[in-house]
Write a protein that binds this ligand. Structure first.
Ligand code: AMP
Length: 483
């Protein structure tokens, strides 16, 4: 094999059934991150990867581990995992497991998922005989390790995926503790979209002489994404959003809100306006989140309203538009958000609703991170009629706002007509007489936080975790932010 030949997975060192699985999964040509990191990992190096979701990083870190594990046979100690992949969110963990299962279809690789929000018992049972690859979120894993349901002492491969997001979510101490419990001769890969100094120093502690791989300059946005900023006062954002969504070009849309409360409010508003919409955030049950995501993936739901943490790492192909309903608290989050679109070479668009009165500093911070000035333009007039009326056949009663439960599906509290936005012409910052949608202008609500951590920060009896495997009680960084 020539060192220069990076044109196929075989040339990178992937063999046998794994190679077949990779090809069957439609991965014919390795992506740059894979070309850079697979040979290095196969040669035994630690990896420091700077890459966003969409770059192909999951296969980049999984394939070398799988390649090595396949040669080890089936003998495993109970409760152990040969490899551990840590991810910040449940959705990302599920996605990683799906990728691993797909590529290792005929390779007898056993996997387990350990994450909060779903039954612990199934996870404990799954770990009893030991597994090849454990994919976990740090909270639940910390709990199960502390309770001796999982033994990490045999774990010789460790991957930290989206390390910057784990930091944001307050998992950093859990991550350090988990890493400490793994085999001392482990091989480690750390992937992060951005490299704040805390992650750089974590990498220094956990990685041994790592090979650095990078697919896009830190903090830059993908080039295929058109970005635009529409100025609008906060109380008019909802109606502007409804108006924008009349554009048939907005086929598959993810709307990001800063808070869970905000996500619920926007979802209700869009439902009221007749849009097909689902929400995903940390207060939703894992099943509801997965159902929302599945609906979005299979096209039955056109619009997904999400908080940053819940949406982190989600890979749904074909998202045409990302709407930043508000600007994120952390400017780097903007890069993650818009990375949901423009994937795999497709075109994508990002629309940011920006309140010049309150979000000026946040916009400047984003521009500093992306090293670009974002074009600010008034929103276009609606391109078509609003949907006729809300759908009447929504089955997921549990997912509807509490105020609507008990009523037939689709029927809303109060007089529906009174809450429909009225179409009128504004003359303020829109003093060119452009039409915008007006709304009821209810305030956006408070900052809600930490549901994700809180849910899994309990022992079997619901008691908080105890030493030595104590969960971090408080996020280290950005702890008051929404999940
Ligand atoms: P990731 O960044 O790991 O979330 O991957 C993003 C998407 O790219 C996933 O849908 C993968 O299935 C896909 N993908 C990864 N590597 C390749 C490849 N070499 N060729 C084609 N698709 C790929």
């Amino acid at each position: 094999m020539s060192n220069e030949d990076l044109s196929s997975f075989a040339a990178l060192g992937i063999t046998g059934v794994l190679l077949k699985g990779v090809e069957a999964a439609g991965m014919t040509e390795p992506k740059p991150i894979q070309q850079q990191s697979i040979p290095a990992q196969l040669a035994g190096h630690d990896i420091l990867g700077i890459a966003q979701t969409g770059s192909g990083k999951t296969a980049a870190f999984s394939l070398p581990i799988l390649e090595k594990i396949i040669g080890l046979g089936d003998k495993r100690k109970g409760k152990t995992a040969r490899a551990l992949i840590l991810a910040p969110t449940r959705e990302l963990a599920v996605q990683i497991e799906q990728t691993i299962r797909t590529v290792s279809k005929n390779a007898h690789i056993s996997t387990a998922l350990v994450l909060g929000g779903v039954s612990r018992l199934t996870q404990i049972k799954r770990m009893q005989g030991g597994v090849d690859v454990l994919i976990a979120t740090p909270g639940r894993l910390t709990d199960l390790v502390r309770e001796n349901c999982i033994d990490l002492s045999e774990t010789r491969w460790l991957v930290l995926d989206e390390a910057d997001r784990m930091l944001d979510m307050g998992f950093i101490n859990d991550v350090k503790r988990i890493a400490k419990g793994t085999h001392k001769n482990r091989q480690t890969a750390l992937f992060s979209a951005t490299m704040p100094k805390e992650i750089a120093s974590l990498a220094q502690t956990l990685l041994r002489d790592p090979v650095r791989v990078e697919v896009a300059p830190q903090g830059t946005t993908a080039s295929e994404i058109t970005q635009i900023v529409h100025p609008v006062v906060t109380k008019e954002k909802r109606s502007m959003l409804s108006g924008l969504l009349t554009d048939p070009a907005m086929k598959t849309v993810i709307v990001f809100t800063r808070t869970k409360h905000g996500a619920d409010a926007v979802t209700r508003h869009l439902e009221r306006d007749g849009y097909e919409v689902a929400a995903i955030h940390g207060n939703k049950s894992q099943n509801a989140r997965q159902r929302a995501l599945n609906g979005f993936r299979d096209g039955t739901v056109r619009i997904l309203v999400a908080t940053d943490i819940a949406a982190r790492g989600i890979d749904v192909p074909g998202i045409t538009h990302v709407v930043n309903y508000d600007l994120p608290d952390e400017p780097e989050t903007y890069v993650h958000r818009i990375g949901r679109t423009g994937r795999n070479g497709a075109d994508g668009a990002s629309i940011t609703l920006y309140d010049p009165g309150t979000e000026n500093q946040k916009l400047r911070a984003v521009e500093r991170v992306i090293r670009n000035k974002l074009p600010i333009k008034d929103a276009p007039a609606p391109k078509g009629p609003m949907p006729e009326r809300p759908r009447l056949d929504k089955p997921e009663i549990a997912d509807r706002p509490a105020s609507n439960r008990g009523r037939p599906s689709g029927q809303k509290a109060g007089n529906r007509n009174s809450s429909r936005p009225k179409f009128r012409t504004e003359r303020n910052h829109e003093d060119r007489g452009e039409a915008i949608w007006t709304n009821d202008g209810r305030s956006e609500g408070r900052n809600e936080a930490r549901g994700e951590q809180r849910n899994s920060n309990r022992g079997p009896s619901g008691q908080p975790a105890k030493k030595p495997y104590r969960r971090s009680r408080r996020p280290q960084n950005g702890g008051g932010r929404a999940a």
